[in-house]
Ligand binder design. Structure first.
Ligand code: LLP
Length: 418
């Protein structure tokens, strides 16, 4: 359920006509619904009622500070993967005690920053990282709370680029070897072993892989207990899928019920790292048709948004719905929706059955809130687009469109060239 609906053939975001925003902000822009974001957070978080838990939004999916603040106001924490994300999160008002830090390649500088910020927990992904974290904490005269991110070797049945829980993937420590690493970590003076974490992949459309990995992690927690290592936090990562096209992923309530059932009665605190499911369908990318043309029996609709603005179709071949902002009486055609970038890989949709949009028409690229703006770039020297959030009948720009000056910021021509 989201708040992008038609009224008299006009697309609205909450109570604001999308075309009104386009007139003022110009295209392209990402448009978020405040209500949808809030509802998604509550639906997810509420389904874990009855079990001690913390919902840590995986901010790699969307790191706009307005989005972060909204979730923080709802009591959420964040899952970060870089020093930059830590900076953003704290600037947006997320309490350090609600921040967990995952990632296979944390630098010493990043570790220092996070240790001094006293974040809730580091999800460590290698033996060397544990040693480096301990050394860092020692230097700073601090203790760092850690979990080991284990790789449970479970097939998440998703796109290979976003599958992380198989032994062949670079993530985590092989669950079979993790007991050894836990023993080492427990003996390091500046680490406090406090959790186990895992994340097996993204855009999962079934609960069974989650359940299977939790079963393996539970066994590990039992063995750790026998070894005298007591775990307080069980971080099960993110990965719940959404409907882009015809997928029928489990609802958050179904996902939560399956997890709660598998965990059973426990004194563990559950940490959840949802990204996509909270933001994916709470946002659209609004673009304008620049030109249309046909070659042979192929139709092209050339729009002002491109792969640099939304990379997912080019990178993963992923589906995003394409809808006209004003849907009055056009016939339908089959077309490629493409951007201005000089690559054949630059498309938002291929061979799509769409309304025969004409020059100047506005269109919405649906389900663009997760890994949309956050993966955008300035390729082809295209300034990054604006982000806007609507609430009721008003809206605000939550990130200004970049300018050409922004594009060259920090660049210098050395005197040996000049
Ligand atoms: N936790 C960890 C450790 C992760 O690596 C990820 C995503 C998440 C949580 C959140 O997963 P989600 O709930 O959003 O599925 N760029 C790709 C997705 C990459 C996902 C990376 N890790 C895409 O556009 O589909």
């Amino acid at each position: 359920m989201h708040n992008f609906q038609y009224r008299n053939n006009e697309l609205f975001c909450e109570d604001v006509p999308v075309a009104d925003i386009a007139r003022e902000v110009k295209t392209p822009f990402y448009l978020y619904s405040y209500e949808t974001l809030k509802r998604h957070f509550r639906a997810f978080d509420d389904s874990f009622k009855g079990i001690e838990h913390l919902t840590c939004f995986s901010m790699k999916s969307n790191s706009n500070m307005a989005v972060l603040r909204l979730f923080a106001n709802e009591g959420g924490g964040v899952d970060i993967v870089s020093g930059g994300e830590l900076y953003r999160a704290m600037k947006a008002g997320v309490a350090p005690g609600k921040i967990v830090y995952s990632g296979v390649g944390k630098t010493v500088e990043e570790l220092e920053y996070a240790v001094s910020s006293d974040i809730l927990m580091f999800n460590s992904e290698s033996g060397q990282e544990l040693i480096t974290l301990n050394d860092t904490a020692k230097r700073l005269n601090r203790k760092a709370r850690v979990s080991i991110r284990v790789n449970p070797d479970v097939d998440p049945q998703t796109h290979p680029y976003i599958s992380t829980g198989l032994r062949e993937n670079k993530f985590g420590i092989d669950i079979k070897k993790s007991l050894e690493e836990y023993r080492v970590a427990a003996g390091l003076g500046n680490l406090v072993v406090t959790g186990v974490s895992c994340h097996i992949g993204s855009q999962l459309t079934r609960v069974s892989p989650f359940v299977e990995s939790i079963r393996k992690v539970k066994e590990l927690i039992g063995r750790l207990k026998d070894a005298g290592i007591h775990i307080r936090y069980l971080d099960i990562g993110g990965g719940l899928g959404i409907t882009y096209n015809e997928e029928k992923p489990p609802l958050p309530a179904e996902y939560a019920a399956a997890i709660k059932e598998e965990i059973g009665k426990t004194d563990l605190t559950l940490i959840l790292e949802p990204g996509r499911v909270l933001v994916g369908n709470a946002c659209i990318l609004v673009a304008k048709v620049l030109y249309t043309k046909s070659s042979g029996d192929k139709n092209f609709i050339i729009v002002d948004a491109a792969m640099n603005d939304l990379m997912r179709p080019s990178l993963y071949g992923s589906f995003h719905g394409i809808q006209a902002v004003n849907t009055t009486g056009r016939k339908r055609i089959r077309a490629d929706i493409v951007g201005p970038i000089c690559e054949s890989g630059d498309f938002l949709a291929k061979d799509r059955d769409v309304e025969a949009l004409a020059q100047g028409d506005l269109l919405a690229v649906m389900s663009a809130g997760a890994y949309g703006f956050s993966m955008s770039s300035t390729y082809n020297s295209r300034p990054r687009v604006a982000e806007v959030m609507a609430k009721g009948d008003s809206y605000r720009v939550i990130r200004k469109r970049e300018t050409c000056e922004d594009l060259v910021k920090g660049e210098e021509i050395p005197e040996f060239i000049a």
